[in-house]
Each structure stands twice: as C-alpha cells, then as structure tokens.
Design a protein around this ligand. Structure first.
Ligand code: ADP
Ligand code: ZN
Ligand code: ZN
Length: 745
C-alpha cells in the first residue's frame, strides 16, 4: 500500500503531495498525521489518499515512519475544504491544512495529558476484608478502604487523604489487589462566567416566524438565512432555539462571534443551557486547554462550539448548523496568510455538509444583504424589539453650532443635560468615542509641524499616564516625551488637538464630580480578562458611565442603559476607504441599539459636524433599508465592490529606492501579463502605481499598485497569475498581494 502525503512545508519549489510506502502492519486513513522522511530530515505530513499501486520507481519510494495519532486529525469534510481553499487562494494545500488544527499540534508542542490512576483489581468486598486484616500498614488499609468506596481514583487525589502513598501502592499492586495505570485527562478551561438559569422565554411572534423557516431545514439538506433583526429584537434567542433543535437531531452546531472576550453573556448562556456539550474556543486558553477542547470536539463529546472566526474550522461530527452572529463585523476576515473570510468558509462548509447557515445582524454587510435580495439567502426580518419596546429616540446635535455658541469642549449642551438627568435617575449611560488616548495630535502653532512617529508616517497621540503624559504611535507602539519646543522652528507654541477617550472621561468627571466611570479601549483591556472585568463592573452597577471605542458597540446587552452618546460621529466617515459609509452606519446604529433594552425607554444623542449627511440620518432613524439602497446605488455608480474587485500589490522595504525599484519591476511584469492576455486586460478598469496614504510604517517605506477589476472569470484568472507573480520578492523587499483588503492604508 502507498499513501500520498502533504508534507508540512511551504516553499514555492516544493510541490506536494509526495508518495510514501506504508510499512507492513501499519494502517492509515486519509486525514491522519504522519511522520515521514524528507531529504535528510523528518517532517510531519497529512495523508491525502491511499493507493494500491504506484508508478514511481519502487526503489526510490521511502516509508512512512509512524502515525502521529491513531485517528484522522482532519476529518474528510475538512480535508476537502482545505483543498478547495488552497485552490481559491492559489496557495499550497499545506498552508490551508494548517488552519484545520490547533497550531500547537504541529511540531509536537502539545501532548495528551495523562494522570496516574489507581483502581481495584478485586471486588469492593474483598478490598474491605483485606483492609480489616491489614495490620502492618495503616496506609495500605486506608487506601483499600477508599478504593472500596469509589473503585478508581487518581494518585494525586488519593495523596490528599493518604500522605506519600507511593510505597503502599507498590506493595498493593505487587499483591494483586490494585492496578495502577496512566489515564488520559482533559484540561478543562476555567471560564469564570456564571451560568444563568434558562430564562424560559415565551417566544415573540417575530422569533416564532423566523424559527418556522429555520427549524425544518435542520432535518434536511440545510438552508441559508440572513436574519436581519433590529437591535434588541431577540436574535440570540432564535439561534439558541436552532442550536437546541440541532442537538436534539443528534447533530452539531458552530456559533461564530466577532470577538469572544466581548460576548461573555452569550458564552454564559450557552454554558448554562447546553452544559458540557458546549466548547468555548477562547484566545486565552492555554495551548494544552485548546488542544483538549479540540479533542473533545473531534471525538464528538462537545457538540456546540462557540468561538471567533477560526472556530469555523472546528472538526465537529455531523455539522447541522453554523451561526455567524454580528455578521457585518470585519473581524471575520483574516488578513494573515492564507487569507480567508469566515463567512465564506461557513457557507462552503454548510453546502458541503448539508448544514444550515444563519448570518445574523441588525446592520448586515452590504454584500450579504445584496445576496439575500438576489435570493442566495432567505431573508428573515425582525423589525420589532422584544415586548414591543420602542427603539430609542435619537437626537442629532450639530457641533458647528456648539462652536458658534462658544462651547469648545467635546460634550454638547444637549449631551451634558442628558448625562446629568440620567445620573439623577440613577440609570446608566454609554459614551462612544472611537479614538483612544487624550489628544489625537500635537502640532506647532507657528509653523504647522505635526509630531509624527519616527518609524511610521503617522501622527502621534498624546496619552495621560500614571506619572506623566507620553506620545504614542498607534501602529508600532513607539512612545516618547512630547517636545517642549518645535523641532522645526524652535517655537514654544506647541498645542494639543483632537480628543480621545481619556479626554472624554475627564470632561465627564468635571461635569459630574464623583461619578463612577469606566473606560474600555485598547489601553484598558490588555490585561488578562481585561474586557470581562470592565463589562462585569458595569453590569453590576459599580459604575454609571461606560466610555469606550467601538468595542462598546458590539452586541452588548445592559438593561439599565438608557442613554447613549456618540461624541464624534464623523471620525469613521472621513476615512479614505469606500467602506467608510457602511462602517459608520453600522457603528452608529449598533451603539444606538445599546440604549433602552430594559423596561425604561432609551435616548441617543449623536454629535456630528455633518448632520446633513444621509448616512448620519439613516443611522439616526435606524433605517437599514434606505441606507442599503443608497449605498448600493453609490457602489454601482462608483464601480466599487461588490460590482468590482479591488486589488493591490503592496511593496515594503527599509530602503526607499528598493521599494520603488521593486514596484516598477512588478508593474512591468503585470503589464506584460496583460499584453499577453487581451481578454484579461478588458476586465481591468484601473491599474496604477501610487504612494499609500501611510508612506512609512514600522520603519519601512511603502509603495503600491492599485487595481480595479470587473467581477468575472477573467479577473479571477488574472488574480491567480498575479498571486503567482508576487510570490517571490527581490531581496530586501516584501511584497503583499491583497484582494479587497480590510484596510487600504
Ligand atoms: P439582539 O441580539 O437582537 O439585539 P438579544 O438577543 O440580545 O437582541 O435580546 C434582547 C433582550 O431581550 C435580551 O435581554 C434577551 O434576554 C431578551 N429576550 C429575547 N427574547 C425574549 C423573549 N421571547 N421574551 C422576553 N425577553 C426576551
Ligand atoms: Zn514650528
Ligand atoms: Zn509608529
């Protein structure tokens, strides 16, 4: 017998798979990991297929050394998925196969944990009798008594009641009274979320109608749904019911969330309702815990998996359902190589494994909604909040008028008043400020010089610190003392401009002295369980006002929040990206949706310099449909995705000339490709070299070639050719080829 093995090396000159002979007595199956000889070394690989014959010279075929596990680590469906993804991403399958396993399994960096256990080799009655006769050793008698009661116990647990049991155990084993063995144990993650009771809701009519469509598909060939429900319409309850049904049918479910640290409530609900069949894939699991959770899933012991985007690769048995919650979030897209979009992977898995897909959001991505309208997904709408709670009332505040009236602070008169009233009623408020730090930039009033990071072409942000304030770069982390004099003109007229979360917190403290505030941004959430601690403190009422960046907009449910303030609505709108309107609408609508989720009605105040911008208006009215129609038309007219593909070749180098030379070389090559393929050229609307808006990043000069392609088969072929072309860069430069990247900076 022979097997074809995808050896775990990624190198452009190595074309896997390789054929190996299976030694007599060894049995293997596709998906199993093996150790194989490769050149002078030993390598890991994954069995792709088995064959009886092989037309290679038998002398030259080497033998598999050993299997790494006695089961297939990658089930057949995921083998097929890895193959398909490799083809789409134009990369070797060894790369996509890596996505299917916990990273630590490669190179044997994580092992099955075992534990010494003791069990009785005789009946409990015999053990008790022997214990009674055991006169010489109290320890031995005690051990026998304990084992008579519980048959099996770990040596560690035993040592808690019997000190140093080693010798006594040896003697008992030699006498044939007990057996000592190594048993596998699981490292169960300690998730400190309390499991709340099943609330036993009576479903709302909207939830009933959605489930009427979803549940029947779980039995059969699966379905594709876009669940569009306003904030607070009870979407979670819909997919909890769908999960329950999936489990009843003996199938498994995967729930994807944008970021697991921001969904402690959902995790707690799942643990509470589904108990040990639920596995939580958390980024803070230790390698051992992660491996053990993976094995529980692989064996079928865990049948509901909840996690961030990489959980889409969970090797569950009999997949019945995948839910993508808050499907519009950009965290579902992975920029690391090999790049993937967890929503697309989910769709492909559901199709292959005949499972149901539910994409859920109050603000679906333009792409998903367009597909639903085309009929690719069935659109389920829940336009009402649970218990007919009203959507919050939204007030727009024109910050230009505030300025005219002499208010130079970040809080408008209306927001100040509302905060005071909210505090007087002892209710809670949330303030969104989508920028961290104190001031956003520091500049010289005399000559206009702006302090930039020495490694990046980006202005530095002023942060208050425990001792002193520092300027920090938000891209590379570089920190420095703010200058006292302008380095350009020597003027002492240095000013601090723009506000961040720290400044907002300070203003709130001035407005309401002694009020308890919490700040949630990148700076306050870096520690262990940073998010969890802040969210828990706010939930328990230990603070009245939560101030934060976009983190606070993500699906959180705090019933006591009656006021939401958006301090600067225009921050995301002004970004140079075709998606900035979509992102702004989503962010504003989501954060507004945090208000009035309990019994008291909610109020939202949006501060903006552009109250006339339609996107701000759509968000204020929570009018998704109008936003979508407007945006869809704009994309069609401007030839933006989903009507076109944007691609770019990004070149980075510590030396500017090298970056430019490499960009010019690649541009020539691309030109030659189009010369040779007129049919590809017809689909290219634009191809030009340019300087990105961030010219230097982490000390490297950047240049890029931008492309806009009409969606077509020819464009796909061109992308494949460009992928091939950009695989190898000239020494001293790095080249990235990106298609519809999340960031175009
Ligand atoms: P969404 O995700 O759509 O914004 P959630 O799923 O968070 O909304 O639900 C909003 C709130 O309503 C939650 O506090 C939830 O527990 C509650 N809820 C959901 N369904 C029901 C129901 N059928 N009856 C009463 N309360 C419900
Ligand atoms: Zn100056
Ligand atoms: Zn920097």
């Amino acid at each position: 017998m022979y097997c074809q093995v995808i050896v775990d090396i990624v190198h452009e000159n190595v074309a896997s798979p390789f054929t190996y002979r299976i030694p007599d007595g060894m049995t293997l199956e596709p998906g199993q990991r093996v150790a194989v000889p490769f050149g002078p070394r030993e390598k890991e690989g994954i069995v792709l297929s088995l064959t009886e014959d092989c037309d290679l010279d038998p002398e030259r075929i080497r033998e598999v050394l050993r299997p790494l596990e006695d089961y297939a680590a990658i089930p057949p469906e995921l083998m097929a998925l890895a193959g398909e993804m490799a083809e789409k991403a134009h990369c070797p399958p060894a790369e996509t196969l890596r996505l299917m396993l916990p990273a630590q399994m490669r190179g044997g960096r994580v092992h099955v944990k075992t534990e010494r256990t003791v069990s009785l080799a005789v009946t409990p009655e015999e053990a008790l009798a022997a214990a009674g006769q055991e006169k010489r050793s109290r320890k031995r008698a005690e051990i026998l008594n304990i084992l008579a009661g519980q048959q099996t116990i770990s040596v560690k647990a035993l040592a808690e009641s019997v000190r140093d049991p080693g010798d006594a155990l040896k003697k008992l084993a030699a006498d044939g009274m007990i057996r000592i063995s190594e048993t596998e144990t699981l490292r169960t993650p300690d998730i400190s979320f309390e499991a709340p009771e099943d609330p036993g809701f009576i479903l709302t009519p909207g939830q009933e109608e959605a489930l009427e469509e979803i549940l029947p598909t779980l039995k059969g060939k699966g379905g594709r749904f876009l669940l569009h429900g306003v904030t607070g319409s009870g979407k979670t309850e819909v997919f909890m019911e769908a999960v329950r049904k999936t489990l009843e049918l003996g199938k498994s479910a995967i729930i994807l969330v944008p970021e697991i640290a921001l969904t402690p409530q959902m995790v707690a609900w799942f643990r509470g309702r589904f108990g040990p069949v639920a596995a939580v894939i958390h980024s803070r699991l230790s390698p051992g815990e992660r491996f053990d959770e993976w094995r529980r899933i692989r064996r079928g012991d865990a049948r509901v998996v909840i996690g961030a985007r990489s959980a889409v690769f969970s090797p569950v048995r009999h997949l019945g359902l995948i839910v993508v919650d808050e499907e519009h979030e950009s965290t579902y897209f992975s920029d690391h190589h090999p790049r993937y979009d967890a929503r697309e992977v989910a769709l492909s898995r559901c199709e292959r494994e005949k499972a149901t897909l539910i994409l859920a959001s109050a603000t679906p991505s333009v792409l998903s909604f367009a597909r639903a309208r085309r009929g690719d997904y069935m659109l389920l709408e829940m336009p009402k909040r649970v218990n007919d709670r009203p959507l919050p009332e939204v007030e727009l505040v024109d910050m230009r008028e505030e300025l005219e009236n002499g208010n130079r602070t970040v809080l408008s008169g209306a927001l100040r008043k509302a905060l005071k009233e909210c505090a007087a009623r002892r209710e809670q408020a949330m303030l969104l400020m989508n920028r961290r730090g104190y001031n956003s930039f520091v500049s010289c009033r005399s000559c206009g010089y702006v302090v930039k990071c020495p490694n990046c072409d980006i202005s530095m942000t002023y942060h208050l610190g425990a001792a002193d304030g520092l300027l920090r770069c938000h891209y590379c982390g570089q920190a420095m003392k703010p200058p006292e004099k302008c380095p350009e003109c020597g003027s002492r007229y240095i000013r601090y401009f723009g506000a961040g979360t720290q400044k907002v917190e300070e203003e709130v403290q001035k407005l309401l002295p002694g009020i308890r505030t919490l700040r949630m941004d990148y700076d306050t959430t870096s520690g262990k369980n940073g998010h969890g601690k802040i969210l828990e403190a706010f939930r328990s009422g230990r603070a009245s006002i939560l101030i934060g960046t976009q983190m606070i907009a993500k699906g959180l449910d705090f019933p006591r929040v009656t006021l939401v303030g958006v301090v600067a609505a225009d921050l995301t709108l002004n970004l140079p990206d075709y998606r900035s309107r979509e992102r702004t609408f989503q962010l504003l609508t989501q954060v507004a949706g945090r208000a009035g989720r309990g019994d008291e009605p909610g109020k939202v105040i949006i501060q903006t310099y552009k109250p006339e911008d339609p996107v701000i208006g759509f968000a204020a009215r929570q009018d998704y449909r109008s936003f979508f129609e407007d945006e869809f038309k704009r994309r069609r007219n401007g030839l933006y995705p989903p009507f076109t593909l944007l691609a770019r070749i990004l070149v980075e180098s510590p030396k500017e000339e090298a970056a430019i030379r490499e960009m010019e070389r690649l541009e020539k090559q691309a030109g030659a490709l189009l010369e040779a393929h007129p049919e590809w050229r017809k689909k290219v609307l634009l191809m030009m070299n340019d300087t990105p808006s961030v010219k230097v990043l982490r000390g490297k000069t950047r240049r890029h070639i931008l492309m806009k392609l009409l969606v077509s088969r020819e464009a796909d072929e061109l992308i494949a050719a460009l992928t091939e072309m950009t695989r190898e860069a000239q020494t001293g430069t790095e080249v990235w080829f990106e298609v519809n990247p999340t960031s175009m900076l």
